[in-house]
Design a binder for this molecule. Structure first.
Ligand SMILES: [Zn+2]
Length: 60
């Protein structure tokens, strides 16, 4: 069985951090009574070094 930490994840191209955020829209879910993810866009931002990019590295 493959563990989650053995799977590739997005990495910041500048500092290598795996804490990468992505531009997205949230929409209101009346049933859940909370904001839920609607769609993702192409821009990424690193939470660690604040670098912005349209590309990330996918590494284990
Ligand atoms: Zn970074």
């Amino acid at each position: 069985m493959v563990e989650p930490d053995q799977l590739p994840k997005p990495r910041c191209k500048s500092c290598g951090s795996a804490v990468v955020l992505r531009d997205a829209y949230a929409c209101w879910d009346e049933n859940q009574q909370e904001w839920t993810l609607h769609s993702c866009y192409d821009d990424f931002r690193c939470e660690n070094c604040d670098a912005q990019s349209k590309h990330v590295d996918w590494l284990v």
